[in-house]
Design a protein around this ligand. Structure first.
Ligand SMILES: [Cu+2]
Length: 169
């Protein structure tokens, strides 16, 4: 094997491991409450001094027969946690607070950076670094309350990878 092909292989492997990281079995985690399955709750690292942060449930799946909805969230890591929706206002992407995020029976809600829904942490007690774990309590209309741990991940390449994974609704 030439040095060149070895280098190319190493690079390809490195790239593959980077892209696979957020959803890989080693890193993925999930929680269940009632008929709801929450897959890989995560947050993105914030810049130093940041007072807000975005968090995402990679997948929220309603396995049951009853309509449910995420109606609120709280965390000791922030003064408040809002449910946000991204919408296009002409060419500008804007976010707004919503009261509920519905998850119909048999349906998935996928949250990702750059579109759809997210959890917005306002008044962060401290900025988030890669590898941090942030507790959040989710309140659902039917299933009730569940504590999950957000894994803090890198911005940029990682969120791109997440967006790619969002097509499988
Ligand atoms: Cu927001």
């Amino acid at each position: 094997m030439t040095t060149k092909t070895m280098r190319a292989k190493t690079l390809a492997m490195l790239l593959a491991s980077l892209l696979a990281l957020p959803g890989s079995p080693a890193d993925a985690h999930e929680a269940r409450v009632g008929a709801l399955k929450i897959e890989h709750p995560y947050a993105l690292a914030t810049p130093p001094g940041a007072t807000t942060g975005g968090a995402y449930l990679k997948d929220l799946f309603n396995e049951g027969k009853v309509a449910d909805a995420l109606v609120g969230a709280t965390s000791p890591a922030a003064e408040q946690v809002q449910l946000h929706a991204m919408t296009m206002d002409g060419d500008v992407m804007r976010m707004r607070a919503v009261a509920t995020i519905a998850v119909a029976p048999g349906r998935h809600v996928a949250m990702a950076p750059g579109g759809g829904y997210h959890l917005m942490f306002i008044g962060l007690k401290k900025p988030w670094a890669v590898g941090d774990e942030v507790p959040v309590t989710l309140q659902f209309e039917h299933a009730g309350r569940v504590d999950v741990m957000l894994h803090v991940e890198e911005r940029g390449a990682m969120s791109m990878a997440h967006q790619k994974g969002m097509t499988m609704q």
